[in-house]
Design a protein around this ligand. Sequence first.
Ligand code: GDP
Length: 222
Amino acid sequence: MPVAFRTWNPRIFYGIYRPDLVLNPMRYTTQFLLSAMAAEQFPAPGTPEIAFLGRSNVGKSSLLNELAGEKAAKVSSTPGRTRAINFFALLDPSQRAKLMFADLPGYGYAKISKSISAGWPAFIEPYLAIRSTLKLCVCLVDSNVPPQESDRQLIDWLRAAGRDFAVVATKVDRLSGNERTRNLGALKRGLGLDEILAVSAKTGYGVKDLWARIEAACELVS
Ligand code: GDP
């Protein structure tokens, strides 16, 4: 086999020839589509979609940075876009959109009361309720913080709505082994979960497992 063939690396290839596109370890490139502030602005449903949810400061931008590249994290934290749903297409090496990420606004520290989206823009709840291509809700919780009522309410709401979801505990690099076991156990009990996925955007821990969960939900083979 020619040497160039054996050493061909899509990350380097795209890094050189498509500097505008960011290639993640799963070989998707990320393309920002739009920021929606109302249901009419959602992109036409097409490819399978993954929504990212969590309280402000949970580490959502940092994790998106790991999953979808710096561009996605930057777009979502741009003033004016933090209250929007930001949609990104993930393209395979032949530039076909394989899946979509929807980054939802972080919810506040206040309790979510009455409606799940009180304190959230009004279009969030319809998005979660009716979006036909939504395959998985990735719910982020901070592994350094005890179970929160607002997270519990969101998860209960997703259960009642019949939405598939994965709860992901962020920032596990800040915990020792014992603390990690204790905190993850408390989160599982407090949120009524059988399973919780531990990740660190700082070290990359768990990110591959999260990708596997995302691809399984979208029925994509990596
Ligand atoms: P967002 O508001 O949910 O988008 O949260 P950010 O991604 O902006 O993160 C909030 C804070 O947590 C920032 O100071 C980050 O540097 C920090 N942070 C996020 N992820 C991690 C992580 O995996 N490990 C550590 N140690 N800090 C993190």
